[in-house]
Design a protein around this ligand. Structure first.
Ligand SMILES: Cc1ncc(COP(=O)(O)O)c(C=O)c1O
Length: 414
């Protein structure tokens, strides 16, 4: 058939793209972030750390040390698994009395996002069922959708995913369950201790793999740290991870700097070996220089100083946001109270759509992310996510005040 493309001899790329690319689209959040970058905008949209808290001086020192000590090694190709010294450091940070994480249980990845992508590559086939909290991390859905899996939504409440909903869901035999147990993105909620124990027991009983994505764990403002799922799970058969059903994904993005692109996966050795095979084809290895910088920042104590500094700063920003929400938001609107992390979620009354609110808010130079995209099939129209780690404290109150005016005006007109 003659088409315009064939007449003028131009390539119709849509005929050439692989079928799976039909499940790919640009992230609405990344598009929004372009708008949010306008200088006069108060943005609660991104998931960005506070750049003014990056340990830049320590990084300069670290680079100097690396250039003096091992410059050639730092710029050379390196092992796909990651540099041995960094893997050993991570293994020792995650080992506990009675639970040994060995260097062979750790692979370094180019950010947690790559870890999630690689796990999709090695674990998922078309038609596999994958249970996820609903709503969940948008870029996880984007990473795994091209594998044509069927997502099964797990309902959650303010104590994390609901265990009573899991037994019937596991009867449908999902291959794995993905969750963010601490200060979930986008809701800011945390899975309580009793549910962690119940979840690992149920997952084992039904042979479901747990993917524990834990980028915010260290950013806890109040309350006691809760046991990691991989630890609870492995302790059932300790002393090592040989029989763990849980795969842990961590990152230095939130506690050091996301631009370094260094994260890690902790898993039983056969899983690590498969991930290494997949990673070899994707990028050979994570930046050698970035890995050495992270290694240096852990050894010289920068990481240990950063964690309390970030906790303190982000707690103040969360508190500023909670106080402003209580002052300026109409009583019909509710929100979560996170014990850590970077986000909280706002729930609107049914008469208000988050995307309509965003349109009006952008005109007042305030940005946030509507909840639709975090939900499977985008079915929730009445929620939005607010980030409190990135905006400077003095702008948080101002931005929430502007949003409050928008909401009140829209409610009056509804
Ligand atoms: C839940 C979750 N997982 C993974 C990531 C990706 O982190 P990284 O920068 O390590 O790729 C993010 C980043 O926002 C996140 O919120």
């Amino acid at each position: 058939m003659l088409t315009l493309h064939s007449i003028i001899g131009a390539m119709n790329w849509n005929d050439k793209f692989a079928q799976r690319t039909r499940h790919m689209k640009r992230s609405a959040i990344r598009e929004l972030l372009k708008l949010a970058a306008r200088p006069d905008m108060i943005s609660f949209a991104g998931g960005l750390p506070a750049p003014e808290l990056f340990p830049i001086e320590a990084v300069k020192q670290a680079i100097k040390t690396i250039l003096r000590r091992n410059p050639q090694e730092a710029f050379q190709y390196s092992a796909t698994e990651g540099i041995a010294d960094l893997r050993t450091l991570i293994a020792s940070r995650f080992s506990r009395p009675g639970l040994e994480v060995r260097r062979e249980n750790v692979v370094i990845v180019s950010g947690a996002q790559q870890g999630l992508d690689l796990l999709g590559r090695v674990l998922l086939d078309a038609g596999d069922k994958v249970a996820v909290e609903n709503p969940t991390y948008l870029a996880l859905l984007s990473a795994w959708r091209p594998w044509q899996v069927r997502f099964l939504p797990v309902p959650s409440d303010d104590q994390g995913l609901r265990i009573d909903a899991l037994e019937p869901l596991f009867e449908q035999r999902p291959k794995l369950l993905y969750l963010i147990p601490n200060f979930q993105n986008p809701q800011g909620t945390t899975l309580v201790a009793a549910r962690r124990t119940a979840l690992t027991g149920l997952a084992r009983k039904h042979g479901v793999v747990l993917i524990e994505d834990d980028p915010y764990e260290e950013l806890r403002f109040c309350g006691d740290p809760l046991p990691r799922l991989f630890e609870l799970d492995a302790r059932r058969t300790a002393p090592d991870l040989l029989d763990s059903h849980t795969i842990y994904v961590g990152t230095f993005s939130k506690v050091l700097m996301p631009g370094l692109r260094v994260g890690w996966i902790i898993a039983p050795e056969p899983v690590i070996e498969k991930i290494v095979q997949a990673k070899q084809a994707v990028d050979l290895h994570t930046s050698t220089l970035s890995q050495w910088i992270v290694h240096e920042l852990v050894l010289d104590g920068t990481l240990e100083q950063q964690i309390p500094r970030l906790r303190c700063a982000y707690r103040a920003r969360r508190d500023a946001m909670l106080a402003a929400l209580a002052e300026y938001f109409p009583s019909e609107v509710s929100w979560t109270t996170p014990e850590g992390g970077m986000f909280l979620m706002v729930r609107l009354p049914p008469v208000l759509r988050a995307t309509d609110v965003l349109e009006r808010a952008l005109r007042q130079n305030v940005a946030f992310v509507p909840g639709d995209d975090f939900h499977l099939d985008g079915e929730d129209r009445n929620s939005f996510r607010l980030n409190f780690s990135n905006p400077p404290p003095e702008l948080i109150g101002k931005g929430v005040e502007r949003l409050g005016h928008v909401l009140k005006a829209m409610l009056r007109a509804a």
